[in-house]
Design a protein around this ligand. Structure first.
Ligand SMILES: Cc1cc2nc3c(=O)[nH]c(=O)nc-3n(C[C@H](O)[C@H](O)[C@H](O)COP(=O)(O)OP(=O)(O)OC[C@H]3O[C@@H](n4cnc5c(N)ncnc54)[C@H](O)[C@@H]3O)c2cc1C
Length: 525
């Protein structure tokens, strides 16, 4: 009999599987799709030889994770290789402006200085402070929440950085991007360049609790650049699978779990689609968001009040992906240097981003979509044949259900019909910053919010993040008060994944923390 069954081969499920298998547990991972990886997939969805990261592309979180520190050398043996982008991100602005962040601090400072000399100095001093605090800050994101390790980490930081550090940190955690950025920078463009990172999560500039991510992403990019998976993000998944199997783990794809079996003393196994049951002794682990998990728990397994609470779990706004096969990189109006950057953000100002977000959550298709334009072939040319290129365009943020169009032009009220016209709006917007782009398109693949959820039920309504990260659902409240340490109300049924601390992204944090707890390396849940 298996010791653990893991439902879902997302990277967190796989990371948990590796740690449990290494500790001698007999582990089975069941994945509904033909391919493992969940929101980390690479496929030739436009033309042969054009390898697109369908969802996640930026693997910096994984490259910097404690999981990679522990297993990196083995994962490299199984084929994982990163390509490091020394020019990780920048923003283009209307009328041709561009600010870019490069790992060469002087270059970044010069780029910011063209917009505001005081902001160039402010960036330098923020970065100096980050260099001092990073060694204490990042470990706090890799410990269970709450835990003694967290308190210890805060104590250590306080001893080194001064008594004010915990309260300064708390202030940062509570601030909105706007409050934080306006405190540090005067230029609206510099503020917008950093605030764009908040929109990767569900933090528009005005949202309390949203300052941390723009701060960390901006500063960590300055320090390390951006890591992409060589040849595609799926190289990370393939290496995880090979490592897991080398440790005796078993992965079954095309095996959706239909129901979790619950006996008198807790979760005892799962029922898979063919009506077949598989038992396990020690743990059923769901790499699932709460509402999907609740759908697998039979009636008596959860109280009415728990079901009610799960039903109120809040998902973030939707996202849409546009993948292009191109004959050449975009000719950015802001200049040829923009082609060297891994990510180019299109979001002109804090006001514009706030507006996009409020349009999205009120159900309207944003008039001026905010775009994250990834240029993977700028750093990894082998992803497209014969000197051609690919573009990875993430549209942030969109309504999951369409009630109207902020521009009053698109009549469709479901994503099946809105997919095409909205993709045209996205391309028009891009074309206004990179004239001639349309003439370079060889083929395209558009994934609407509904397509995302069809591929992976965890992407509820096209939410890429496994649920909102607003303060009431983050840190020790993620996903719910009392569940933050991967426990559920059912004995021996545990959760990991983007809905659990430390949240979304490819850092393998929750899979690692849960498996360490189960194997006695962290505190038992
Ligand atoms: C478009 C997009 C872009 C993103 N970009 C980035 C990025 O650049 N960098 C970054 O760090 N993060 C990014 N993210 C977020 C990141 O990809 C996710 O937070 C992360 O991959 C989630 O991993 P997970 O382990 O929680 O599970 P998931 O990736 O959600 O995997 C869960 C798995 O469970 C399977 N499953 C579901 N139900 C069942 C069932 N009943 N039986 C069996 N299997 C089941 C699913 O098929 C899936 O394979 C992006 C996400 C999206 C959607």
């Amino acid at each position: 009999m298996h010791d653990a069954i893991i439902i879902g081969a997302g990277h967190n499920g796989l990371a948990a599987g590796v740690i449990l298998a290494k500790a001698g547990w007999k582990v089975l991972i069941l994945e509904r799709n033909e391919q493992p990886g969940g929101a980390v997939q690479t496929a030739e969805v436009t033309l042969p030889g054009f390898r697109h990261d369908l969802f996640a592309a930026n693997l910096s979180l994984f490259a910097g994770s404690p999981f990679f520190q522990e297993f990196g050398s083995q994962l490299r043996e199984y084929g994982l290789e990163f390509v490091q982008a020394p020019k990780p991100f920048g923003s283009v602005f209307e009328r041709g402006g561009f600010i870019g962040v490069s790992t060469d601090l002087e270059e970044t400072v010069a780029s910011i200085g063209r917009f505001s000399p005081p902001d160039a100095l402010a960036w330098q001093s923020l970065y100096e402070e980050f260099q001092r605090s990073a060694a204490f800050l990042f470990p706090l994101l890799s410990v269970p929440m709450p835990s003694f390790a967290l308190a210890r980490g805060l104590w250590k930081g306080m001893r080194k950085l001064g008594r004010r550090w915990p309260s300064d940190l708390l202030r940062l955690l509570l601030q909105s991007p706007r409050e934080f950025l306006q405190e540090h920078f005067e230029s609206p463009q510099v503020q917008a360049m950093c605030a764009a990172w908040g929109m990767h999560l569900d933090f528009p500039p005005a949202m309390a609790g949203g300052a941390l991510f723009p701060y960390l992403e901006s500063m960590a990019s300055q320090m390390n650049g951006m890591a992409l998976g060589k040849g595609g993000a799926d190289s990370m998944i393939q290496a995880l699978v090979l490592l897991f199997e080398s440790l005796g783990g078993e992965l079954c794809c095309s095996s959706p779990v239909r129901r979790i079996q619950i006996s008198a003393d807790g979760a005892s196994g799962v029922e898979i689609e063919e009506g077949r049951s598989i038992g396990c002794r020690r743990a059923v682990i769901a790499n699932l968001v709460p509402t999907v998990l609740a759908g697998l728990i039979p009636g008596q397994g959860l109280s009415e009040s728990e079901r009610h609470r799960i039903g109120r779990y809040r998902y973030g706004p939707a996202t849409m992906m546009v993948h292009l096969a191109l004959s050449g990189l975009p000719d950015w109006e802001a200049g040829g240097q923009v082609q060297d950057f891994a990510y180019v953000h299109i979001g002109n100002s804090l006001q514009e981003m706030d507006r996009v977000y409020s349009e999205a959550i009120s159900g309207r298709l944003p008039e001026r979509p905010m775009l994250v334009v990834g240029q993977p072939t700028a750093v990894d040319p082998a992803r497209a044949p014969n000197g051609n290129h690919i573009l990875w365009i993430q549209v942030r943020a969109l309504p999951a259900a369409i009630a109207g169009d902020a521009a009053g032009k698109i009549e469709a009220r479901d994503w099946e019909s809105a997919r095409k016209p909205y993709a045209e709006r996205v391309l028009d917007r891009l074309e206004s910053f990179a004239p001639g782009l349309r003439s370079k398109i060889l083929s395209r693949c558009v994934l609407s919010p509904t397509d995302l959820q069809t591929h992976n039920p965890n992407l509820v309504g096209g939410d890429s993040l496994g649920g909102s990260h607003h303060l009431h659902q983050n840190y020790l409240l993620r996903p719910f008060p009392g569940w933050s340490r991967y426990r559920t109300p059912v004995r021996r049924l545990y959760m990991c994944g983007a809905s659990t601390w430390p949240g979304a992204g490819v850092g393998a944090g929750s899979g690692r923390l849960l498996a360490r707890m189960l194997t006695g390396k962290g505190r038992s849940p």
